[in-house]
Design a protein around this ligand. Structure first.
Ligand SMILES: NC(=O)c1ccc[n+]([C@@H]2O[C@H](COP(=O)([O-])OP(=O)(O)OC[C@H]3O[C@@H](n4cnc5c(N)ncnc54)[C@H](OP(=O)(O)O)[C@@H]3O)[C@@H](O)[C@H]2O)c1
Length: 346
């Protein structure tokens, strides 16, 4: 039975972690919820109706790392950079949801359905990184195709939900949408807010800041992280990331060029055989339907599978998943589950 600290417990990802722990995803003796001093003393268990053995929220500065088996960090990259190594040297396995350590060669970047071999032994750093939310659903769909016919190159366009911007992103989309509806569409068009631009009834084709090449931080992550996870350092992969006025679940239009020709039937079979991946043969997945219930939220959904008629190495997919579960909390706790199964978590 584990003592787990959820750091950033009051946020969008942290709350989902607590819900999944409450559902018994791993055996817990005790959960410590930590957040900023603003939330100290808040009875999150009562607010969320949880039965977990958990005291009210602790300010992170007051968290005692002694005796912690696991710390799941979901409080942003700055907090992770400041705290992760200290928690790991006190003996906790740190599973980090931020971007702080993802490309660190000493830190495995893990999607348990894709590269569980990275968890064969406890990493010497004591830290395991959780990939970017859009990366996770992408590699879950790419991995079976690589096994089937070899990946040559990938082009992905994302349609990312407001929950990717945390609780503030969700609140802003709800408030601005209500205001625009009340004013029949007259509302602010100036830059600002959680997404850099107004999101309600809009599309924002820039997630994170662009670098000198014109690609944004999010697009860079989407190009780099799959190479590390799939063990394909030379895979050609390029992305356009777009924020859309959807509350939950990221969608992706993915064009894959394979090394061998395939049929749509073979692609469907390969994807359907992958754990936790649901192929929609009739109809297609959409954010609203994917968010509708725990079974659906736990899966990666793939539809609109098309092999180009004049190029049997070219495949299009439409991939939808819940960024807060598949893309963050569930993946992080499946990392813990894998470590428990492998027997190296003290
Ligand atoms: N949202 C997603 O889809 C998603 C997916 C993958 C990864 N992630 C990553 O997960 C992390 C959290 O994202 P989120 O969406 O859950 O954000 P969020 O809703 O804004 O929550 C942020 C959390 O961090 C805490 N926090 C802020 N400043 C702190 C401080 N100085 N000390 C301790 N705790 C502090 C907040 O506590 P208070 O409530 O007390 O302010 C809150 O619990 C980020 O690194 C993000 O990149 C998010």
């Amino acid at each position: 039975m584990l003592h787990i600290a959820v750091i950033g417990a009051t946020g969008a990802v942290g709350r989902e972690c607590l819900g999944l722990l409450d559902g018994g995803i791993v055996p817990v003796a005790r959960v410590t919820a930590a957040a900023s001093p603003r939330s100290a003393g808040h009875d999150l268990g009562a607010e969320l109706g949880l039965k977990l053995p958990m005291a009210p929220v602790t300010a992170l500065d007051d968290l005692d790392p002694e005796g912690l088996d696991v710390a799941v960090l979901s409080a942003g990259a700055d907090i992770s950079r400041a705290r992760a190594r200290r928690l790991a040297s006190a003996g906790a396995l740190v599973v980090d949801n931020s971007s702080a350590f993802r490309m660190d060669p000493a830190v495995p970047l893990v999607v348990p359905q894709v590269n569980p071999h990275e968890l064969a032994v406890r990493p010497a750093s004591g830290i395991v990184a959780n990939p970017n939310c859009s990366t996770i659903q992408l590699v879950r769909a790419l991995h079976p195709l690589h096994t089937l016919a070899g990946l040559e190159s990938v082009v992905v366009c994302t349609y990312q939900a407001a929950s990717g911007g945390g609780l503030r992103g969700l609140d802003e989309l709800a408030g601005d949408s209500a205001a625009l509806l009340a004013s029949a569409g007259a509302g602010p068009t100036r830059p600002g807010g959680r997404f850099g631009q107004p999101l309600a009834f809009n599309l924002v084709p820039e997630i994170g800041l662009p670098d000198g090449t014109g690609f944004t931080h999010e697009e860079r992550k989407l190009a780099r992280e799959p190479r590390k996870i799939l063990g394909l350092p030379r895979l050609r992969l390029t992305a356009t990331a777009v924020r859309v006025p959807v509350f939950h679940c990221h969608s992706e239009a993915v064009y894959v060029r394979l090394r061998e020709p395939v049929t749509a039937g073979a692609v469907q079979e390969a994807l359907a055989a992958a754990p936790g991946l649901r192929v929609h043969r009739d109809g297609y997945p959409m954010p609203r339907t994917v968010f509708d219930g725990p079974e659906s939220r736990a899966a990666v959904h793939v539809g609109r599978i098309r092999v180009e008629p004049d190029d049997p190495r070219g495949v299009w997919l439409w991939v939808v998943a819940d960024n807060l579960w598949v893309g963050a909390a569930l993946n992080a706790l499946q990392i813990v589950q894998t470590a428990v199964r492998r027997g190296w978590l003290r």
